[in-house]
Design a protein around this ligand. Structure first.
Ligand SMILES: Nc1ncnc2c1ncn2[C@@H]1O[C@H](COP(=O)(O)OP(=O)(O)OP(=O)(O)O)[C@@H](O)[C@H]1O
Length: 241
């Protein structure tokens, strides 16, 4: 088995409180700036996960458990404080609606910008341009500046570009939820097609029925730790219990 994603013992801390009272600051200064004035917490703590090429994996857990943070580390948009993340092959991620898009550029220009960010050459984008626009169903709005797009239209174009980059590893955060039902169905069909073609899939979702359909493995996160890692149906039953 070829390993597609290797997350080794990563930890990530965030600052919990940014604002301090004047009194707290004065006491801190008087004590010779001892200690850390900002309170921190672990969004991820010593997380290790290995995902083989062709696996379909759901990251599950309650709000704030660290799913999106883990996905951002896998995509490379966030770096761990300690530990390492390795991926093999082309990674395409749909992590935040509108990420990788420039608001003042048209849909057309953004296809080229986003395609380039995801590692496509200009020629490859030219060859796939019509398919990208057709799949997105953006139609006449392709020459409109994307700042005037609805969140569903953003998703349509971003999803379409991402799947046309022919990724080996496809990462998707909850964002499918902003698409209308017919487009969601079309995305899910496409995701299942990628899975059948042996691509690696990592999905963050609260839609337990959906992930049970498209994923084989479930990783259940709790307070920044992996609580369970195994067959999707077991992960879902633990979460529902
Ligand atoms: N950039 C950031 N700065 C500070 N705190 C952050 C940042 N990103 C995430 N967090 C915090 O880290 C914790 C984990 O967030 P994360 O988005 O990974 O949770 P999640 O499991 O995806 O939750 P949800 O189901 O609500 O989307 C949360 O407490 C969140 O407030």
């Amino acid at each position: 088995m070829v390993t597609a994603i290797e997350v080794s013992d990563i930890s990530k801390q965030f600052v919990l409180r940014h604002t301090r009272s004047l009194k707290e600051a004065v006491v801190w200064l008087a004590k010779g700036r001892k200690g850390d004035l900002s309170e921190k917490f672990h969004a991820l703590k010593n997380v290790s996960v290995e995902i083989d090429a062709g696996e379909t994996v759901a990251l599950l857990g309650l709000n704030g458990s660290g799913k999106s943070t883990l996905l951002k580390h896998i995509s490379g948009v966030m770096l761990p404080d300690t530990g390492t993340v390795k991926t093999r092959g082309r990674v395409a991620g749909l992590i935040e609606v509108g990420a990788g898009f420039h608001p003042d550029l048209s849909g057309r220009d953004n296809v080229f910008l986003n395609g380039a960010i995801l590692g496509m050459t200009e020629q490859q984008i030219n060859d796939k341009f019509d398919d990208i626009v057709e799949f997105s169903e953006i139609g006449q709005f392709i020459d409109t500046e994307v700042k005037f797009y609805s969140s569903g239209m953003y998703l349509r174009l971003a999803f379409s570009v991402a799947v046309h980059t022919d990724p080996e590893v496809f990462l998707i955060d909850e964002i499918l939820a902003v698409g209308d039902e017919p487009f969601q169905r079309k995305c899910i069909d496409k995701i299942q097609e990628l899975a059948r073609d042996g691509k690696t899939l990592v999905v963050v979702s609260h839609d337990l029925d959906l992930v049970s359909r498209i994923c084989d493995r479930g990783i259940l996160m709790e307070h920044g730790n992996v609580k369970f890692d195994g067959p999707i149906h077991e992960a879902v039953s633990i979460l529902r219990a």
